[in-house]
Design a protein around this ligand. Structure first.
Ligand code: MN
Length: 130
């Protein structure tokens, strides 16, 4: 199993479906969680290669979940890319302040998502997801 594994933490079913379909079509393995605490727990057990983190989430929001991940010496190296609403400029700064490595704006654009994934996920064994 050499595919990169991406954990998507997203509570909106339409966004989750869109992201999972996109990521699978790009050749990634996808894990999913519907709220922040489940996302942190899954990151601990599954050690994904990258996390796409919605910010507005039930139980534990995306900012708090990211802070927990980045406070964990084992998990802090996993890139966390926030999913931020286009209109919410403040969300992006708060996301970076919370430790997110980067962000993509919703609605998700394929080119923007792919460029972020390629930036944080170097190809394994010379294969390319481009
Ligand atoms: Mn949400």
């Amino acid at each position: 199993m050499t595919e990169h594994r991406i954990l998507v933490v997203e509570d909106n079913e339409d966004n989750m479906t869109l992201l999972v379909d996109l990521l699978v079509s790009l050749g990634y393995s996808v894990l999913s969680a519907r709220e922040g605490q489940a996302g942190v727990d899954m990151a601990r057990t599954e050690k994904p290669d990258l996390i796409l983190m919605d910010l507005s989430l039930p139980v534990l929001d995306g900012w708090s979940a990211t802070r927990m991940l980045k406070a964990d010496p084992v998990l802090r190296t996993i890139p966390v890319i926030a999913l931020t609403a286009h209109a919410m400029m403040g969300d992006r700064k708060r996301a970076l302040d919370a430790g997110c490595d980067d962000y993509v704006t919703k609605p998700i654009k394929l080119t923007e998502l792919v460029s972020r994934l390629e930036k944080y996920l170097p190809p394994k064994n010379g294969e390319s997801h481009a």
